[in-house]
Design a protein around this ligand. Structure first.
Ligand SMILES: Cc1ncc(COP(=O)(O)O)c(C=O)c1O
Length: 378
């Protein structure tokens, strides 16, 4: 029987209401509570504001569907359904869609698919998410780094990006909204960037945080308009708060989708719980809006608190804020760590005077701000 999304979610919720047997056994309950380190290696009582996780958690629908799926997990998940749902959601043909183990899988495959040629290089931004160009380097490709500048308020400069492209460039990787600066490349500038690229270069637009933007056209509209050398990725890790389920997807012209899929995004790349949670989440605007409201409230709180401290911030659409905490940023980070409060110091993005704070729940944000004020007062 072909499973429709409505049937799937309906039966998922019904089954979860009855609680699948596996969750009722005392042995399992003990294991879940006592033996598993749900702090993921961080000390008990930690305040984790360091990994851009969305603390509101997955929707009830996603949770119930994932729970139900465990009993079906002796089977491989049916990625075809996910492609169909994504195709309807984005109004684009299924042959344009790749489903990955997180968007990271697809982004890494860019290097495997396009950068193995001799002397091939990728153009990427230094003050940005580095694992993807880092993977390109590990694959033996050269990365040509472009800087964001304080005097431009860390906005992308299309001219500078294009200026780094040469005859050996095969991919230009960018993140919008950017991590960690939150800066956004406008649709007009993305268009300009794409128009300026030679045919042999694929523009890779990492949209891990794109769903936090309320509206506006993006790279997917350029693909729909017929552009053949752009790949856009999205993830369920952030807006849908499903980082641990490892679900992401990419959209591109079928030539790119086919090439990437030669090396990964295979029919078995998607885990069953992720499959179920994705099926229950695609287009769930209630949860999307809940995440957006969460971010907007947290952003408002941090902007006010940092302003009172005289600390300037970059606060874009995503789930974090970048604060200019100054030359002592590493020491402040270390002092916070002693209190089991974890944030990221900007040195890893070439911004040593900045600190990235992922938004937590209200009480976590308050713990951080209270501790920061005390540290700054000493
Ligand atoms: C900019 C950016 N791209 C990609 C990823 C990876 O996302 P996924 O969980 O979909 O692999 C992250 C994760 O933090 C990210 O910040």
């Amino acid at each position: 029987m072909k499973i429709s999304r409505r049937n799937f979610i309906g039966s998922a919720v019904a089954t979860a209401a009855a609680a699948p047997a596996i969750f009722n056994t005392p042995a399992h309950a003990e294991l879940a509570i006592d033996d598993i380190d749900w702090g993921m290696g961080f000390p008990e009582g930690s305040t984790l504001l360091n990994r851009n996780e969305n603390p509101i958690g997955p929707s009830v629908k996603a949770i119930e569907a994932a729970k139900m799926s465990i009993e079906k997990s002796f089977r491989y998940a049916d990625r075809i359904l996910i492609k169909k749902l994504l195709s309807e959601h984005h109004d684009i043909d299924e042959d344009h869609i790749m489903v990955g183990t997180g968007s990271g899988e697809i982004l890494n495959l860019v290097s495997v698919a396009f950068l193995r040629k001799e002397n091939a290089n990728m153009v990427a931004t230094w003050e940005s998410y580095r694992p993807i160009p880092g993977y390109a380097e590990k694959m033996g490709a050269k990365v040509k780094w472009v800087n964001l500048k304080a005097e431009d308020n860390y906005e992308y400069d299309v001219g500078r990006l294009l200026g780094a492209v040469d005859d050996n460039t095969r991919a230009l990787f960018m993140v919008t909204p950017n991590n960690p600066t939150g800066t956004v490349l406008s649709f007009e500038d993305m268009n300009r960037l794409l128009d300026g690229l030679p045919d042999q270069v694929t523009l890779i637009v990492d949209g891990a945080y794109a769903d936090f933007q309320e509206d506006g056209k993006d790279g997917i509209d350029l693909i729909k308009a017929g552009h053949k050398n752009i790949l856009v990725t999205r993830t369920f890790s952030k807006i849908y708060a499903m980082a641990g389920l490892r679900c992401g997807y990419g959209i591109a012209h079928p030539n790119i989708a086919k090439e990437i899929s030669r090396y990964g995004c295979s029919p078995t790349s998607t885990n069953m719980a992720g499959f179920a949670a994705m099926a229950a989440s695609i287009g769930d605007m209630d949860h999307v809006n809940k995440s957006r409201r969460f971010v907007s409230n947290a952003r408002g709180y941090y902007k006010k608190e940092f302003a009172e401290l005289g600390i300037s911030v970059l606060a874009g659409p995503p789930i974090f804020i970048l604060a200019e905490t100054g030359a002592n940023t590493n020491q402040i980070r270390d002092e916070l760590r002693k209190q089991k409060i974890f944030v990221r110091a900007g040195e890893e993005w070439g911004m040593p005077n900045h600190m990235r704070v992922s938004y937590g729940l209200d009480h976590e944000n308050e713990i951080f701000i209270k501790a920061l004020k005390e540290i700054l007062a000493t």
